[in-house]
Design a protein around this ligand. Structure first.
Ligand code: Z5A
Length: 214
């Protein structure tokens, strides 16, 4: 049972390591909510506005110049500030659902867990940039690293972060699971090892808990 505020629209994020099926499930969620006649905005991070999409390119391209962890973290929050101001807050204020492929929990998992950056520093930036804004619901698609990476093995091009070692993604997964334990009211862990249709069924039952609130 979800224990969150009753509202007519929700801010939902999808999280997990690469290959767990976020993009696949995002399109299922979009179609399901549209079928239920909910006004919605589907967006992503890094990115979501023209400027933030430019920052995404900078973040994910393989640079000749090494990217410092501090620069990476600040670029993520710079894009997020734009995204929140231009897209997320206006959509929520207009009564729309916002479905976002990754948000700040990814920063805790990748930069905090994966890179070992200070969680306090991330929390400080989060507070500064987001103030009171947090997802109402985080759908964490969780699968063992080997399972997830196997699914994307056939991809020809890997981005800068995808080039990391398996141990990095293990720390990212552990980072997500630690967040889920810290925020049980906000997080729903979905077993992403299951076949796609079973994952969808689980997501559908979570969304159905929200829809009758309307
Ligand atoms: N990043 C960060 O470091 N810090 C931050 O704060 C933020 C992001 C916000 C971009 O992410 C990168 O930014 C990401 C983290 C970092 N880095 N990396 N690496 P992204 O979200 O744009 O890209 P991604 O995470 O790499 O997504 P992805 O690789 O596309 O994975 P996915 O969306 O989870 O998976 P998918 O494309 O839906 O599915 C992958 C394959 O598996 C595909 O062939 C599917 O058909 C198949 N699939 C899906 N579900 C299943 C099931 N259930 N069974 C079997 N096969 C399946």
């Amino acid at each position: 049972m979800l224990t969150m505020k009753k509202t007519s629209n929700y801010f939902i994020t999808l999280e997990g390591i690469e290959g767990v099926g976020k993009s696949t499930q995002l399109s299922f969620i979009r179609n399901y909510l549209l079928k239920s006649k909910q006004p919605l905005v589907v967006t992503r991070e890094p990115g979501g506005t023209p400027m933030a999409e430019e920052l995404r390119k900078v973040l994910l391209q393989k640079n000749k110049e090494p990217v410092t962890q501090e620069a990476e973290l600040l670029l993520l929050f710079a894009g997020r500030a734009q995204h929140i101001a231009q897209v997320i807050r206006p959509a929520l204020a207009a009564g729309k659902w916002v479905i976002c492929d990754r948000f700040t929990d990814a920063t805790y998992a990748y930069q905090g867990g994966g890179r070992g950056m200070s969680l306090e520093q991330i929390a400080m930036l989060e507070k500064w940039v987001q103030q009171d804004l947090h997802p109402d619901l985080v759908l964490l698609l969780d699968a063992p690293v080997k399972t997830a990476l196997k699914r994307i093995k056939r991809r020809r091009m890997k981005d800068r972060i995808e080039m990391e070692q398996e141990s990095f993604f293990q720390r990212v997964r552990d980072g997500y699971l630690a967040r889920a334990e810290q925020f049980p009211n906000r997080y729903k862990i979905i077993d992403a090892r299951q076949p796609c249709l079973k994952v969808q069924k689980q997501i559908k039952s979570i969304l159905d808990e929200l829809l009758p609130n309307l």
